[in-house]
Design a binder for this molecule. Sequence first.
Ligand SMILES: [Fe+2]
Length: 132
Amino acid sequence: MNKANIEKALKIEWNDEYSLGDPIIDKQHRTIIEYSKLVFETTEPKEVVRRVLDLYVYTRKHFSSEEQIMRERKFNLLSKHREQHNAIITRLSECMEEIKINPEKAHKLLHEVMSEWIIKHILTEDMKIPKP
Ligand SMILES: [Fe+2]
């Protein structure tokens, strides 16, 4: 990965403005950001694949946990929210496919998913989840 990409990757960083004020969800969001940072800290192809897989598995776990919380709190936008989770999962799967073909491009795609989707999703949609 070149220097410009590393600098871009470094912007994927926990920021207190991402906090929902919900300790369980906030902790999981921090973990997702940590997993995604790990992906950008290596260029070794096998390691990249392994780390993206870790991120993917954890993100799926987080989404099902968040959906469970939304059900418990009777969140009325649950089905729309789930669709967005599924779209993020699809994009992460595409990154995993792309890694086998073009690792540089996969890094770029993943960066897009993390910054545009997950962070934007946290700041707009997750903020609507009723507080505990
Ligand atoms: Fe969410």
